[in-house]
Design a protein around this ligand. Structure first.
Ligand SMILES: [Zn+2]
Length: 317
């Protein structure tokens, strides 16, 4: 039998969790998690094919049901609000004005709009063509499709950003090497990924919100991030831990509405018919979220390095 090795550091991997499934959008298959004995990186087994991934996103991921309008007020939030809400996990908030940058997985383009206002020369890539309407409305330069370094052969960037994107990739090393190729010397890659060693991951085990199986294929640790940098020709400038404050409320709702295999979660669905009790709970947790009552907990988790997301800066050597 072929020895299974870690995608990041090439050491041995071992079973970590034997039964886990899509607990948001009802994709019917179940999976296991495998963990590297050396760097702690966790991957999903069995591996998915590109075709399966395409089906997963087009048939199960409800982007076309999400509100297709940007909340411009929230994009231009004050520094205090960004801190309170843990919004620095959105990597564009770390980019200085007048830079040339690319945001991979730019979604509806909030990052591009923000950076345009900072007089940056800014480009986006997004796999989902539903975002085109927004790109046209706000005159944003978005390429629909997957990130291909060859598309930028005549262009070099000061910054490349990926906010909660790398964990979706089948081959993160290939992606990060590709980013290295399109950065200027000394250019920076800034990315955020969930912290698979967070307190909530430890407490809630397979019901942790950020396993998000099988959409998330990679689950990083500080050690696997260090190896990733080294293998792809980057030096690590910083690794911070920041918790988006809303994620704590999302985790509570995630537990309250945890679905069985193959079923859509009432909380994550955008088009559910819920009963009065559900409406009451979702309204109450929604108010707690809007008032940012969980902010002290989120900031404490970050202080003790137990929070939910890494925010990483790599510099091209
Ligand atoms: Zn490893």
């Amino acid at each position: 039998m072929k020895r299974e090795i870690c995608q990041i550091c090439s050491n041995d991997i071992e079973p970590y969790c034997d039964y886990i499934y899509d607990d948001r959008y009802g994709y019917p298959k179940n999976y296991s998690l495998l963990k590297c004995k050396s760097c702690g990186h966790v991957v999903v087994a069995p591996k998915m094919t590109h075709n399966e991934i395409a089906t997963l996103y087009t048939e199960y991921y409800p982007r076309n049901e999400m509100p297709a309008e940007m909340n411009t007020k929230s994009i231009f939030a004050s520094k205090y609000k960004i801190y309170l809400e843990g919004k620095k996990t959105l990597c564009h908030y770390s980019i200085p004005s007048k830079s040339c940058c690319l945001d991979i997985g730019c979604g509806f383009g909030e990052s591009l709009l923000y950076l345009k206002h900072k007089k940056c020369d800014v480009y986006g890539v997004e796999a989902d063509e539903n975002v085109l309407k927004m790109a046209e409305k706000y005159d944003l330069d978005v390429k629909i499709g997957l990130f291909e370094p060859a598309d930028y052969s005549d262009q070099k960037f000061d910054y490349v950003t990926m906010s909660q994107v790398l964990e979706h990739m089948l081959n993160p090393i290939e992606t990060v090497k590709g980013i290295h190729d399109i950065l200027k010397p000394g250019g920076q890659l800034i990315f955020s990924v969930p912290n698979s060693q967070s307190l909530m991951a430890k407490l809630f085990k397979r019901k942790w919100i950020n396993w998000h199986i099988p959409y998330h294929q990679q689950h990083f640790t500080k050690d696997s991030i260090l190896v990733l940098a080294h293998k792809c020709g980057f030096e690590v400038e910083s690794i911070k831990i920041i918790t988006p404050t809303s994620w704590i409320i999302y985790q509570i709702n995630h537990l309250l509405y945890y679905p069985s295999q193959g079923k859509v979660s009432v909380f994550w669905s955008y088009s559910y018919n819920n009963n009065l009790c559900s409406k009451l709970i979702l309204t109450t947790t929604g108010i707690i979220d809007r008032l940012k009552l969980m902010a002290p907990i989120a900031r404490l988790l970050d202080l003790f390095k137990l929070g939910e997301s890494y925010v990483v800066m790599f510099r091209k050597q």
